[in-house]
Design a binder for this molecule. Structure first.
Ligand SMILES: [Cu+2]
Length: 177
């Protein structure tokens, strides 16, 4: 019985620890926000994640009316990933695709879009341009992938609590005997 308890305890620790210590870095917000219109195209876009992504392997691709509009590599400051936009970029529809390395080592990818009425080059968006609001893309990163670690953490915690209570009860019985 004691051996079974130790085995269960080890299993509980294995399941509970990694999932709580290393969670997926989820995109919390962007500037500009997905599906919004801004008057003037900003000089950079900012992606804020739930935790600080790793500095290696970050990619942010900004695409505008003239095609590629990123300027240089993205910079990571804490939870913020900032990507500069080329100064000759016109007004219009912009799409931002990102790929970062989560602090648990998993890649996190997605896309968001916004509309800028006036470009960094001073030009106004072509008539008839519309914002294409689309659901936040979920490459490997939907709610479902979050659910598994959460469930595992709950199971691990319940197992640990159960074993803790069992050991305490056994200890009391041993004291009485
Ligand atoms: Cu992950």
């Amino acid at each position: 019985m004691r051996r079974l308890a130790s085995a269960l305890l080890a299993f509980g620790l294995l399941v509970a620890l990694p999932t709580t210590a290393f969670a997926h870095d989820v995109l919390e917000r962007t500037d500009p926000a997905d599906g919004t219109s801004v008057t003037k195209l900003p000089e950079s876009v900012v992606l804020t994640f739930s935790e600080a992504p790793l500095t290696i392997g970050a990619q942010v691709v900004v695409t505008g009316p003239k095609g590629a509009a990123s300027s240089g590599a993205p910079t990571i400051t804490g939870r913020d990933v900032t990507q500069a936009i080329a100064p000759d970029s016109p007004g219009g529809d912009y799409t931002v695709s990102y790929r970062i390395t989560s602090d648990d080592g998993h890649p996190v990818t997605g896309t968001f879009s916004f509309h800028a009425a006036i470009g960094l080059d001073g030009s106004t968006a072509a008539a008839g341009a519309t914002v294409h609001v689309k659901p936040v893309s979920s490459a490997d990163d939907g709610q479902s992938s979050l659910l598994v670690p959460i469930l595992l953490t709950i199971v691990g915690t319940v197992v640990l609590l159960g074993i803790g209570g069992f050991l305490v009860l056994r200890g009391r019985q041993a004291d009485r005997a």
